[in-house]
Design a protein around this ligand. Structure first.
Ligand SMILES: [Cu+2]
Length: 124
C-alpha cells in the first residue's frame, strides 16, 4: 500500500472510532423518572417527569402510558421543562386506578439521536 493510501485509511479508522465513542456517550439515556421505575405510589400522579442524560427535543419526543388492562391512558403533550432541557414532563389527564402502568418513551436528543425505552410503576 502506498503511504498516502495508508494515511487515508488510518484517518478513516480514527474517524469511525471517534464517531462510535461520541455516539456511546451522547445519546439521551433515561436516568431518573417520577414516579420512579417500579415505584408503588399511593396517589395518582398528575404528571410524569422523565430525566435524561442530555437535552431532548420535545417536538420529536413523546410518551405513551398504558394501563393495567393494556388500554391507553390519556396524556397531554410531552413538554421540556422550562428550566431543564434534559427533563420531559407529560401531564396525566385522568386519575389512575390501582394497578401497574407502563411508560413507553421515545426521544430525540439535541444531537439528533433517537433513543427509546420503557419502564413500569404501580398505583396502590
Ligand atoms: Cu447521541
Amino acid at each position: 500500500m502506498k503511504p498516502a493510501a495508508r494515511r487515508i485509511l488510518h484517518a478513516g479508522i480514527f474517524l469511525v472510532s471517534l464517531t462510535a465513542a461520541a455516539g456511546a456517550f451522547a445519546h439521551a439515556h433515561l436516568k431518573q423518572q417520577q414516579p420512579a421505575e417500579n415505584a408503588e405510589v399511593s396517589v395518582s400522579p398528575q404528571q410524569l417527569t422523565l430525566g435524561f442524560s442530555e437535552g431532548v427535543e420535545d417536538k420529536f419526543s413523546g410518551v405513551t402510558l398504558t394501563g393495567p388492562n393494556g388500554s391507553a391512558v390519556a396524556t397531554g403533550e410531552a413538554k421540556r421543562s422550562p428550566d431543564n432541557i434534559t427533563q420531559l414532563i407529560v401531564p396525566v389527564k385522568q386519575a389512575l386506578d390501582a394497578g401497574t402502568y407502563t411508560v413507553s418513551w421515545h426521544v430525540v436528543s439535541v444531537d439528533g439521536h433517537k433513543t427509546k425505552g420503557q419502564y413500569r410503576f404501580s398505583v396502590k
